[in-house]
Design a protein around this ligand. Structure first.
Ligand code: C2O
Ligand code: CU
Length: 693
């Protein structure tokens, strides 16, 4: 959404231009000659007009953003910044412009030649506070606006902090006024320039700089300290959780989530062993490097099970020093099987093992990955696909392929992957064969997928089948990080292609080509539209509709700003202005209907992933979903977008609710949905084996 960016950019530009204008305006009265004085005056007027135009752009962007995206997108900026920008602008119009006129006239009346020093009267009128003060004030307002924008972007409105910013504005304005007035008085009394000695000015500047440095360093040290995750803490023990029954000590009746396991005694229908290990892999470039893999494969082995089966997976950590876990992304397993280190289990250390058990009730495309130091471990390769096939076999044997989109590539895997391989891969299929391609985005950013050579359908999103999906041609898919799309079509007589970018197919395209014989290339890939899940397929009955009454409604506003996360200064990614572990705790009770509103005020995509539940998307940017029910576990919220979603609290425990751009998780972007009356016996922090991501 363009206005998000215009709003931000104009604020910064305004501070820069009004800063230069203030500097120029202050120099007018120091001009050595009458000619210089006149030209400095002109230059400052031009700069002020430019600043005025930028302010108009900013105001327009604010209004448009509020009108198109909603008040929540501009709230803090409008409330905090506008008074500090508009009042000085009015003062410039009402005071500085008339003062400029007076200065110009004085110069014209009294100057004999432009090369001579200005007359004392001209200099005095240029030192008149009503000239420079409003212009400097405008700069102060613009500077504080930038600070507000980069450091205290919060929701709900941080009233105290905004008042503090205003207090600084007023105090700074008073000091400035006193200084300008004294300068004027001194000049009027002396009758000629006497600005104080060079040394005195230097001392003052040095003093101010030192004071600013002390404040800055103090804030840095304190902020970094305060943001450090303690050596030992309950992951679900964030600020908001206090007072709720999350700790065993707090409530004797509270249920330990470690007891919320899958069926433990029955014989499993399927058993798998996944060994986490260091592996040396060969990149397509020939370069060899270390990866962390499951069973030596990258991505890890594809697990295929049938709907209804009891699945048992034994995780063995051979030599991943930091420990490892497995999270079953998108499968709504019982809480204790969820694989989150420090919340539902301890990280599995080298030589140890851990058994996961759950019933695969939901047919569909899912994936698994380590949920311990996720950002690092996923980058190193600890992930794979898990496919739950429908219980009853299809009438005709399909070509059913998982296609993983990820960021680095090796020759060690068996799963079809697209990303970084730069090589055309081929698969054979007889004409008439039903084809199902299961795309999994294991990367941090949304992934584009182009199709060529056949009309296709998006059959499922995040493992959930869509209702009556229609044929698509020339549409590109944008798949959320962590999300899955299943694409279906019937194999034609000619080649079909799947590729990451538009254009012709060649031997080194990042592409998959399916053809009846291992030859032939599909037509060039192109797309004139992007697949939109909000208006695709046919409506069907859903759990939540326009008349649903919700027991809880939570709003999550996403921002980026400068700040601290776990002891480090960073560009942090916030939920309601805060980073983990201070991020909000969303409390629910079993059986409740919960509505959530997501609004992204920042610059980056946030693929929001709620563990243990699927969410129904109700609306995007205020427009209700019109097509098939759209049920997801990972929903990409783009800059300037807002969504309303709903879920039923039907899987008790404590669940992560986080952004699946894992670089954002290490910049603070994770929160939890916690059921009342449950607690986690596990802890995170340096004194434990569990690291916050
Ligand atoms: Cu795919 Cu919390 O993770
Ligand atoms: Cu994010």
């Amino acid at each position: 959404m363009i206005w998000v960016f215009v709003q931000f950019a104009s604020t910064i530009l305004l501070a820069v231009v009004s800063g230069i204008a203030a500097w120029a305006a202050g120099r007018v009265c120091h001009a050595p000659t009458a000619g210089k004085m006149a030209s400095r005056l002109r230059a400052s007027l031009v700069l002020i007009c430019v600043a005025g135009l930028i302010l108009l752009v900013k105001l327009a962007a604010t209004v448009l953003l509020a009108a198109t995206a909603g008040w929540v997108f501009v709230e803090d900026k409008a409330v905090a910044q506008l008074p500090m920008l508009v009042i000085p602008a009015a003062a410039v119009l009402l005071c500085a412009f008339p003062a400029a006129k007076a200065i110009r006239e004085k110069i014209r009346e009294t100057a004999k030649s432009p090369n001579e020093p200005p007359s004392p009267q001209a200099r005095l009128s240029a030192a008149e506070p009503l000239w420079a003060f409003p212009i400097c004030l405008k700069y102060i307002g613009a500077l504080l606006s930038v600070i507000q924008q980069f450091f205290i972007a919060e929701w709900p409105l941080p009233v105290g902090k905004i008042l503090a910013v205003w207090a600084v504005f007023v105090a700074w304005a008073c000091l400035l006024w006193i200084e300008l007035r004294n300068r004027y008085r001194r000049l009027a009394a002396a009758g000629q320039p006497k600005w104080g000695t060079r040394a005195a000015r230097l001392y003052r500047k040095a003093g101010t700089a030192l004071a600013a440095a002390i404040v800055l360093v103090g804030w840095f040290v304190f902020g970094a300290q305060a943001s450090r995750v303690p050596d030992r803490m309950s992951m679900a023990g964030g600020e908001q959780a206090h007072g709720h029954a999350l700790h065993a000590a707090a409530d004797a009746q509270a249920v330990n989530i470690a007891e919320l396991t899958g069926p433990r005694s029955e014989m499993p229908d399927r058993q798998f062993r996944l060994e986490a290990q260091r592996t040396t892999v060969t990149l397509p470039s020939g370069e060899r490097r270390e990866a962390w893999t499951f069973n030596g494969e990258l991505p890890g082995p594809e697990l295929r099970v049938k709907q209804g089966e009891l699945v048992e997976i034994t995780l063995i950590n051979r030599d991943i020093d930091a420990g490892v876990t497995i999270h079953w992304h998108g499968i709504d397993v019982p809480n204790a099987e969820d694989g989150v280190a420090g919340l539902t289990q301890d990280a599995v250390m080298p030589g140890q093992q851990h058994v996961y058990r759950f019933t695969a009730d939901q047919a569909g495309t899912y994936w698994y990955h380590s949920h311990h130091q996720s950002s690092r471990q996923m980058r190193m390769g600890l992930y794979g696909t898990i496919i739950v096939e429908p219980a009853e076999a299809p009438a005709q044997q399909p070509l059913d392929l998982a296609v993983m989109l990820h960021e680095w590539q090796t020759e060690n895997g068996t799963t079809v992957t697209l990303g970084g391989l730069s090589r055309l891969q081929r698969v054979k299929a007889e004409p008439g064969t039903p084809v199902r391609l299961r795309f999994v985005n294991a990367g941090n950013l949304p992934a584009s997928i182009y199709f060529s050579g056949v009309p296709f359908q998006v059959a499922a999103i995040d493992g959930v089948d869509l209702n009556e999906p229609g044929d698509l041609t020339d549409a590109r898919l944008e798949l959320a990080a962590g999300g899955r799309y299943d694409v279906a079509f019937v194999m034609p007589e000619t080649a079909v292609g799947v590729v990451r970018s538009a254009g012709p197919f060649g031997p080194d395209s990042e592409a998959l080509v399916i053809s009846p014989a291992d030859e032939g290339l599909p037509p060039d890939a192109a797309a004139d539209s992007v697949f939109d899940p909000a208006s695709y397929g046919t409506p069907a009955e859903t759990k939540f509709g326009p008349d649903t009454r919700y027991d809880r409604h939570y709003t999550l506003v996403f921002d980026n700003r400068l700040g601290f996360y776990n002891g480090k200064f960073n560009f942090v990614q916030t939920i309601n202005g805060r980073v983990f572990p201070d991020a909000p705790m969303f409390m629910v009770r079993e059986g409740e209907r919960v509505k959530m509103t997501f609004a992204n005020r920042g610059f980056e995509d946030h693929p929001m992933h709620l563990h243990g539940h699927h969410i129904q998307v109700l609306s995007r940017n205020g427009k209700a979903v019109t097509g098939s029910p759209w049920i997801a576990d990972t929903l990409n919220v783009a800059p300037g977008e807002w969504y309303e979603v709903a879920f039923e609290a039907d899987n008790p425990g404590i669940w992560m609710d986080h952004c699946h751009n894992l670089d954002h998780v290490i910049a603070g972007m994770s929160a939890h949905v916690a059921y009342e009356g449950f607690y986690s016996p596990f802890e995170i922090g340096r004194a434990t084996v569990n690291m916050p991501d």
